[in-house]
Design a protein around this ligand. Sequence first.
Ligand code: ZN
Length: 300
Amino acid sequence: MRRRLAGVAVGLWALMAGPVTAEGGEWSAADGRLLPERPVPGSTVQVLTKVPVSVRFGERDFPSFEIDKGRWRVLVPLSALLKPGEYPLEVTADQETRATVPLTIAPRTFAVQRLRLPRDRAALEATASEEAAIGAALRTVSPVQLWQLPFRRPSGGRISSGFGLRRTYNSVWASGYYHRGLDFAAPTGAGVIAPAAGRVVLVGTTQRGFRLHGNTVVLDHGQGVTSIYIHLSRILVRQGETVKAGQPIAKVGSTGRASGPHLHWGIYTHAVAVDPGEWLAGRICCRVAANFGGRAGDAR
Ligand SMILES: [Zn+2]
């Protein structure tokens, strides 16, 4: 029985997901799906399975969370710096059951922004404590999903800089840089709302050394999803507080390294900045890139 099902599973893998290796047998219990249909740099990929799994992509392992009875999901962030092409996703269901699923990342081009900054502004760098506090907040992984799609726009301002832009500062290529969010043009004092429910995991202020980001809020939305709000003039929430979608959390400002008042807003999945556009559109789901494993219940 076990051997026969394993054969079926491997056959389906080969048929539906290209070259695949599977070890250990009843992989069909996982009955996996890969979303979205056409991932690009900046996408959040979802691996949906019927059993708990972990997914290895690049050098990192990403956990699954149960999203419904018998349905599990892994969120895998794609950096805007990734080159298009085929990458292996190693899906592990238990010690013996694993498979390698090919993930095809489609090409995407990002504009290059050439910025001139006065010498003192260009030299403004984050303090070590600022970097550490923000890094820790963005790495938060809590088990309960507080967010719902689609995310709301956190600001009513127009989008002045898109996600993924590359930059030069005073004609010097900013290597490893991409714009890790969206900028909204809005006057100082304009409202900022929580785009989804969450918990405030960081409140940082210029007085406490947030030299580059200025006044900063980070929200944890659960299951590895966080969001950041920087350059704020005022902060209306406290660390540890839970917020509802639409709740005012801050006011737009130009604190830290900002050329004028605006809101910089980023969404992070497992500490990697991903395209907020997908979350605003509610498109981090839906059209399937690949099915893998067998039919539901094959191995039950
Ligand atoms: Zn920005």
